[in-house]
Design a protein around this ligand. Structure first.
Ligand code: NCD
Length: 312
């Protein structure tokens, strides 16, 4: 495997291999405190055309843990469009000798284009392409679910996982639906009809319009941010009504099974899709998701470009 663009390119075994490698790298680096020489002499470029906190920091840290040279290029604000400008950037990066490009871009397909247009030889990791995919976030979430609910099992058979909210605009939801179902979980999407993608019936999940009716069945619940920046119309009457119907508050969290965990990829709109009390409560594994993001990103880099390195 040279690129990581979509979880749909990963077989179940590929996914398990990445998750196992993440766990192993965490072990050999003592929870990330020790550097490994694996990517010494390699250059990783973070190319971010969209805002990011967790993802960008975590890719930077992951690359540094593996001793790579890291260059971060924040292209937000430029009037770049998908075609030619991306090509020009790619040619610049090629001239700089990038071994890996981590790209976040508002256009679905941008990472695929960078990887496959023939502009460069670098490996490409998709760090989020518009509302399409965000594979390393889904891997981080799978690692988190595994650690809490299936520490000794290989896959997720028998688990029911709810993904709640703005599925239409969420690359995190799309990547998770495909990844978690490929590991054997049953995925239930809970959303107002206006925030569901067309043809959701062809995705490997079931759909519910009632959060209250779904909660007692869930082993894990993943709340999604309402992505105002990707909306150019009104998808629900008001924030208050949205959070009344689809927000996770204390009363609702109480109707989850006792063992159930609460996830959110961040950034959170506290008080809209999740209350502060639940986000900071005992079921919340949100900070684990961040820590696991670092581990799976190290694993992805290690597996994609760590292989045939000549350590100087
Ligand atoms: C998400 C993203 O940017 O796709 N955040 C993340 O990467 N952890 C989710 C979001 O923006 O809501």
């Amino acid at each position: 495997m040279k690129h990581l663009i979509s979880v749909q390119d990963l077989s179940r075994n590929d996914t398990l291999h990445i998750l196992d490698t993440a766990r192993e790298l965490d072990r050999v680096t003592n929870g990330g405190s020790k550097l490994l020489p694996t990517l010494r002499g390699r250059t990783v470029v973070n190319l971010f055309y969209e805002d990011s906190t967790r993802t960008r920091l975590s890719f930077e840290r992951a690359a540094k843990r593996l001793s790579a040279d890291v260059v971060t290029f924040s292209a937000k604000g430029s009037s770049v469009s998908k075609g030619e400008s991306l090509k020009d950037t790619a040619l610049t990066l090629k001239a700089m000798g990038a071994d890996m490009i981590v790209v976040r871009h508002p256009s679905p397909g941008a990472a695929h284009r960078l990887a496959h247009a023939g502009w460069l030889e670098s490996s490409v990791i998709n760090a989020g392409d518009g509302k399409h995919e965000h594979p390393t976030q889904a891997l981080a979430d799978a690692l988190t679910i595994r650690a809490h609910l299936r520490p000794d099992a290989v896959d997720f058979d028998g688990l029911t996982i709810g993904i709640v909210g703005d599925v239409l605009h969420s690359r995190v939801a799309r990547s998770n639906i495909f990844l978690l179902s490929s590991l054997g979980a049953k995925v239930v999407v809970v959303s107002p009809p206006t925030l569901l993608p067309v043809k959701i019936e062809n995705w490997p999940c079931t759909v519910s319009y009632s959060l209250d009716a779904t909660l007692p069945e869930l082993d894990a619940i993943m709340m999604l941010r309402v992505q105002q920046e990707r909306m150019n119309g009104t998808f629900f009457p008001s924030e208050l009504e949205y959070s009344r119907a689809f927000g996770l508050n204390r009363a609702r969290a109480a109707s989850l099974p006792d063992h159930a965990i609460v996830l959110h990829p961040g950034p959170m709109n506290r008080g809209v899709e999740i209350t502060a009390e639940v986000a900071d409560g005992i079921r919340s594994v949100i900070t684990d998701q961040v820590a696991n993001g670092l581990k799976v990103r190290m694993a992805a880099m290690y597996l994609l470009i760590g292989g045939e390195v000549n350590v100087a």
